[in-house]
Design a binder for this molecule. Structure first.
Ligand SMILES: [Fe+2]
Length: 381
């Protein structure tokens, strides 16, 4: 079909979309976006030499390309660069490739060997690409060097493989390219908070999204896939929490709470995650909402006690630990918490009379002394 104006594909009147040409890719060659300006800029280079013949047909001889902004270094997005440098001698010495500094060293070396230059880009950087102001967002996860490019005026996000629009296709992390599930989920979560109206992916058709809904849907789909389709949101939250993915566990808790707003385990798990994420006021409010309903279990009171400790509301935290110990006298967590509350209130002797606290306190102290000794020893070596 060849290159088409993005404004036609998206049925958009945004001025920036009139300046962008789009070539649909396929599985082994990603979508290409040509930003029509002085100079001509590509977002991704694909892996199909016929793309450049198409570009010439669209009135843009490939030797006029001066910059290529890469969403990441996978071959289906990047190998077209080498093809261009091989075929068009005039590009040697004049073609600049913009990629994240963690992009594959082999690719960077090959580009340099063939006469291109590499310019590394970083999160938050603003680029002038063919007259468009584009923000770089480092979105690691699919690969360590994945970036998205955001054109703020039309709220358009070029997402590479971080967000695809191919039905049922979820790009998973590529460990060989530094991919990481935790980073991928965090990147999707970050993208889902941004003002995005249009998604221009590396594979699949560009699409107008309803605000952030589409990206949020991809994030939800990724979590659904991680927890397993038959696993409940609650069990998924527990699994993610155990793996330290606290923000993702909060999302799963919220999904379960949409189905059952009174689910005790989820409320408690969510409050605990919020506390560990440092969102102490939210955690405290959630514990209060559970306690208001008359649920005064030892674990809820202990969780609230620790949250209040971190909020430096020591007298109230002591009350919580006392009430927790009244309902579950053997609770070591509540006993340790009570010791901390007493200690912070200046009642050190009473605190050290609590065996659980004394043990935790001395082991923490021992660890602290060990660390200081090691750092001094290393400093003197
Ligand atoms: Fe990829």
């Amino acid at each position: 079909m060849g290159f088409r104006k993005l404004s036609q594909v998206l049925r958009s009147a945004a001025p920036s979309h009139r300046k962008i040409l789009y070539l649909e890719g396929y599985v082994d060659s990603a979508n290409l976006y040509a930003l029509d300006g002085e100079p001509l800029v590509l977002v991704d280079a694909g892996n199909d030499s016929t793309a450049f013949t198409d570009l010439a047909r669209a009135g843009h001889p490939p030797f006029t390309i001066r910059r290529i902004a890469l969403t990441h270094g996978h071959y289906d997005h990047a190998l077209g660069i080498l093809d261009l440098l091989n075929r068009y001698e005039s590009l040697r010495g004049s073609l600049e490739v913009l990629m994240h500094e963690d992009g594959p060293a082999t690719l960077q070396n090959l580009v340099r060997e063939k006469g291109g230059t590499i310019r590394t880009i970083a999160d938050g950087e603003r680029l002038d690409l063919a007259g468009l102001s584009i923000e770089v967002l480092h979105t690691p996860g699919h690969t360590v060097d994945s970036v998205c490019f955001y054109e703020g005026e039309s709220r358009t996000m070029f997402t590479g493989d971080t967000v695809l629009t191919v039905e049922g296709s979820l790009p998973m992390p590529d460990p060989a390219a530094g991919g990481s599930l935790a980073a991928y989920l965090a990147s999707l979560r970050r993208l889902s908070t941004l003002d995005i109206d249009f998604v221009c992916p590396g594979h699949g058709r560009p699409r107008r999204t309803r605000g952030r809904a589409y990206v949020r849907g991809v994030y939800e789909e990724a979590l659904r896939s991680v927890k397993g389709p038959k696993t409940s949101w609650k069990d998924g939250a527990a699994k993610l929490m155990a793996n330290g993915l606290l923000a993702e566990a909060v999302f799963c808790c919220d999904k379960e709470l949409e189905l059952d707003p009174t689910n005790q385990d989820c409320l408690e798990m969510k409050a605990s995650c919020l506390g560990d994420l440092g969102r102490l006021d939210e955690a405290n409010a959630l514990y209060d909402s559970v306690l208001c309903r008359g649920v005064r279990s030892s674990s809820i009171l202990t969780g609230k006690g620790f949250t209040l400790l971190r909020l430096e509301r020591f007298p109230e935290s002591l009350e919580c630990f006392d009430e927790a110990l009244a309902s579950a006298p053997g609770s070591p967590e509540a006993a340790v918490g009570k010791g901390f509350a007493l200690f912070c209130l200046g009642r050190q002797d009473e605190a050290l009379d609590i065996p659980e606290f004394e043990k935790a306190f001395s082991s923490n102290l021992t660890e602290e002394v060990r660390k200081r000794f090691e750092s001094r020893h290393q400093g003197g070596a």
